[in-house]
Design a protein around this ligand. Structure first.
Ligand SMILES: [Zn+2]
Length: 410
């Protein structure tokens, strides 16, 4: 959780910020390369202290010496934290940083100066004081800050801040949630929600810009402008999704005491939609195809974010949020418990072949998820052969000897 503010660097400061980003990326990638060369059986990869010594040496001998040592050291710390998070299981394995993607660096021993009601400034190595807009109260203490550049060319500064509890009263309400591609979120209480999608109009504009860029000469100014326009389109879509996620997770935590979600299996969720036969042995060319692809991409990024924010807000607010196994939730009849693929009549309709129970397929799944969540402690203690397994988080905690602890959200 972090509080983020829009930075307003001068043109000269922006040059320095870009340099810092480049160096942080370079040092991060070096650390990653070093880490990748290690494999079981080899001598252990260098400890943080040893790497700091190596960095100091590299600074004496190479161009790195011209940059900010604190930015470079911070990149190493950043990498160590990413490794720890990966080992803990809360984050993905650290990956290569690429130019123009997730650009940013960290500032240590943050010094913020209050300018006036609307503006404050943060001290950045070699760039001096950079103004930022105080769009929300600053966290009480901020020893660290991260400065980032987004796809739309906007600079931000974010300070780590504990998640504030959501303002709520106990409601006694419990909910199961099915995440899907057709309906983004289906609740067991019958609520169906759709995440903001790429509209036909914006998807068309994107295709047009991409074609335009393919025609333009590499390295030309025109191509650069097209590239920026494309990045902005993507960034705005991410912003829309983020706003939606914030709103929906707050609302969920405010209104329910127990929230049960399926363990996320992104592989299943983003499988290709069934092709449409044209009746003549071929397949229809569907203009919506490109848009569908974009929306799948959005789902891929969106689920991780949604799960993380839900977990953070639930934890801060005393709400229980747990994750259950995914197996057969969409094919199991909520009324009689019979599992049959044929009960799923279509994407939307569930009609049990055994007892005739009818429901919307996604709502039936959400009700199954809630039921599994309620049975969770028992489930975690007795994983019988062929039975559903607890989520990865629960498996890990059981190995550590803490049986029956519900898993965290993905
Ligand atoms: Zn049934």
């Amino acid at each position: 959780m972090a509080h983020r503010y829009r930075l307003d660097p001068t043109a000269a400061q922006e040059v320095v910020l870009h340099q810092h980003c480049g160096e942080a990326r370079f040092v991060w990638n070096l650390a990653l390369e070093q880490f990748k060369q290690w494999h079981p059986g080899r001598r252990s990869s260098p400890r943080p202290a040893e790497r700091f010594r190596q960095l100091a040496e590299a600074r004496r001998e190479t161009w790195l010496g011209n940059g900010s040592s604190s930015v470079q050291q911070q990149a190493l710390r950043d990498f160590d934290r990413a490794l720890q998070n990966w080992h803990k299981g809360s984050h993905r394995r650290p990956r290569w940083r690429k130019r123009g993607q997730s650009e940013g660096f960290c500032v240590r021993d943050v010094r913020v100066r209050h300018l006036n009601k609307k503006w404050s400034a943060i001290q950045v190595a070699k760039a001096g004081r950079i103004r930022f807009r105080v769009s929300r109260p600053l966290p009480a203490e901020s020893g660290m800050a991260r400065i980032t550049l987004d796809g739309a060319g906007r600079w931000h500064v974010s300070f780590p801040a504990p998640q504030a509890p959501v303002d709520r009263e106990p409601t006694g309400s419990r909910v199961g949630i099915d995440r899907g591609v057709t309906t983004t979120l289906a609740y067991s209480d019958g609520t169906f929600l759709q995440a903001p999608q790429w509209s036909q109009r914006r998807a068309r504009r994107l295709t047009r810009l991409q074609r335009q860029m393919a025609r333009q000469r590499k390295g030309s100014n025109r191509r650069g402008r097209t590239k920026t326009a494309i990045a902005k389109l993507h960034q705005r879509q991410r912003d829309r999704l983020k706003n939606w996620t914030e709103k929906q997770t707050t609302k969920l935590v405010r209104t329910h005491d127990l929230i049960v979600v399926e363990a996320l299996e992104i592989r299943n969720m983003v499988r290709r939609p069934a092709p449409k036969p044209d009746g003549m042995g071929g397949y229809e060319h569907n203009g919506a195809r490109a848009k569908a692809g974009l929306n799948r991409g959005i789902h891929r990024q969106g689920w991780g974010q949604w799960g993380r924010r839900l977990r953070e807000k639930a934890e801060a607010s005393g709400v229980t949020a747990i994750e259950t196994p995914t197996h057969f939730t969409s094919q199991t009849c909520r009324a009689c418990g019979v599992i049959a693929t044929e009960s799923r009549e279509s994407q939307a309709a569930f009609h049990c072949v055994a007892c005739g129970h009818q429901n919307h397929a996604d709502r039936n799944a959400a009700e199954n998820i809630l039921a599994r969540g309620l049975a969770f402690p028992a489930l975690a203690q007795t994983p019988g052969p062929g039975a559903c397994r607890p989520s990865a988080g629960a498996r890990r905690s059981r190995r550590r000897g803490a049986a029956g602890t519900p898993g965290g959200l993905g």
